[in-house]
Design a protein around this ligand. Structure first.
Ligand SMILES: *Cc1c(COP(=O)(O)O)cnc(C)c1O
Length: 340
């Protein structure tokens, strides 16, 4: 099976398994796990923030950020197709008691003027704007890199209004490798950031959130409230450290594979690439094959290939280190043979 559903299907490398085996551990709720502490300070350093916190998942990291930044009754500005809005079960409303205010973006990037216009003036009727959330790379937009200048402009607007900014950087490593802009430069445009260790970097689990020391102290309490205070968690933090040190640069290979796959699929009759490929995500429109996304996916399965539905006629393919150049050629050949 060639599994292109997501970069979350990656399995831990040998080095990660060995690191888990060798990790010195302690009780992390007492802040006594040396491996976690090492991962947290390495992440803070990489992102240019004062402190970082290991959390169980990207969703938990984003929600801890919303909970720590906001009070109930506030409003959060974010892009209409943001992961925080589409894929997190309305947890910002369910847990933080805030309402989302969405802005349609252009390839995942919100217009700074639209953000400014969406900030609520003081009025007894209105919610207060409590937070602005960004996403880079933008998943629903097809792994698009949100330009640094766009983030800078939004941060300027946010600072003028004293509103914090959180970056959902589940795939910030992909953005950085694709654009050549450092993680620090991106993270400078936000107060807090969440990065996933378990996507393209291949760690078995976990995300990091980073921000000021004061923010991380309060976030640690929210993590505990959510049941995310873990014990000898160095066992999974150690693979996370391998992810950060050994797995970032090789994302460039996933990006090359994604482009090769998009070029190949783009030549298959009935398939259309919906968005220019910048990182490791390819959105393919299958309507002209006479299939909808669901029936197309079952055709793919018969050929030993997995992808996911992303819209009525849209299928998403994601490249990752579990997929080789040979696999990419196989997928293209099978699609050509099947659809011409
Ligand atoms: C995957 C993802 C998340 C959530 O990460 P989980 O670890 O799956 O909870 C958040 N934001 C974006 C953009 C993602 O792609």
């Amino acid at each position: 099976m060639i599994d292109l559903r997501s970069d979350t299907v990656t399995k831990p490398t040998e080095a990660m398994r060995q690191a888990a085996f060798d990790a010195p551990v302690g009780d992390d709720v007492y802040e006594e796990d040396p491996t976690v502490k090492k991962l947290e300070s390495a992440t803070a350093e990489m992102l240019g923030k004062e402190a970082a916190l290991f959390v169980t998942s990207g969703t938990q990291g984003n929600q801890i950020a919303v909970l720590t930044h906001c009070r109930p009754g506030q409003e959060v500005i974010l892009e209409s197709n943001a992961h925080l809005f589409v894929y997190e079960g309305a947890s910002m409303s369910a847990f933080a008691g805030v309402q989302p205010r969405t802005i349609a973006g252009n390839h995942g990037a919100m217009d700074p003027d639209d953000v400014r216009a969406a900030i609520r003036p003081e009025d007894i009727h209105f919610p207060e704007t409590g937070l602005i959330c960004l996403e880079n790379t933008h998943n629903k937009a097809g792994g698009k890199v949100v330009p640094l200048e766009n983030m800078q402009k939004i941060y300027e607007v946010a600072r003028q209004h004293r509103i914090p900014v959180h970056l959902d950087g589940a795939r910030l490593f992909n953005a950085s490798v694709a654009s050549g802009v450092s993680l620090k430069r991106y993270a400078e445009q936000t107060d807090t950031v969440q990065v996933c260790l378990s996507k393209g970097l291949g760690a078995p689990m976990g995300s990091m959130i980073a921000g000021s020391a004061e923010f991380i102290q309060r976030a640690r309490k929210w993590r505990k409230r959510l049941g995310g205070g873990l014990r000898q968690v160095g066992m999974v933090a150690a693979p996370g450290m391998v992810a950060l040190t050994e797995m970032v640069d090789r994302l460039a290979e996933d990006h090359i594979h994604a482009r090769t796959l998009a070029d190949g699929l783009g030549r298959v009759k009935g398939l259309a690439i919906e968005e220019d490929v910048e990182t490791n995500i390819i959105l393919v429109n299958v309507e002209q094959t006479g299939h909808d996304a669901t029936s197309f996916l079952s055709e793919l399965e018969k050929e030993g290939i997995k992808a996911v539905k992303f819209g009525p006629h849209t299928v998403r393919f994601v490249t990752h280190y579990g997929v080789s150049g040979t696999d990419i050629r196989t997928v293209i050949e099978k699609m050509e043979a099947r659809f011409g």
